[in-house]
Design a protein around this ligand. Sequence first.
Ligand SMILES: C[S@@+](CC[C@H](N)C(=O)[O-])C[C@H]1O[C@@H](n2cnc3c(N)ncnc32)[C@H](O)[C@@H]1O
Length: 224
Amino acid sequence: MSIQEYQKGIVNEKVESYLSDLIHSSDPVLLELEKDASKRHVPIIGPQVARTISILLKPARPERALEIGTATGYSGICIARALQGKGKKLTTIETDPNRVKEARRNFQKASVSDYVEILEGDAREIVPYFVNKNKGKFDVVFLDVGDKTLYVELFKYCISALRVGGFLIADNTLWNGAVAVEKDTSPETSAIRKFNQLVFSDKRLDAAIIPLRDGLTVALKIEE
Ligand SMILES: C[S@@+](CC[C@H](N)C(=O)[O-])C[C@H]1O[C@@H](n2cnc3c(N)ncnc32)[C@H](O)[C@@H]1O
């Protein structure tokens, strides 16, 4: 595959447009955030990935979730809406103070702010400390931090945060197809390749990559 080819994306343009016509959000807050993201280029997961995560999580009846990379709260709202039980709680981490403010407003608009906690700061510093205090407590960890080189560094904490039977979900794991282009040795592409190797060689995980949009890893923690 040439670099020109992979820059077009991993899903054929016609299929991508077919999927966009078919899969819509019905939630007004999500629709508003989709419009805003497209206007201001906020890199949100979008309706197809949101729907996939939601369908995966709802029957698992998750109670506690950890998200790394909040942005304006779009994926956080989808995850929060899938949570169930008295102790339901989403903890989400974001370094950009303006995005933290926007996410806080959006969680309120979506009526999920009572059970969403935003930790503001660098995931590199927050995650090790936070996970050491909350080992095995999470039913789902969603890794979507903007600095993709952090995926490798944060992997061990994501696994340690999860209970057996919990899901690790990570976005952008095909990196627009760049992972398959050997001559692409950029720090992000190399980090995502390394992350994929870690996921697929870890005996505690049963994993798959869904080639949807930019690649979505879904991994079930099957043993401690
Ligand atoms: C891809 S966006 C998250 C999108 C969001 N999950 C959604 O779909 O609605 C990645 C976010 O990670 C944040 N980020 C980048 N580096 C970070 C770091 N070191 N610690 C915490 N957040 C970081 C960026 O500011 C950005 O808002």
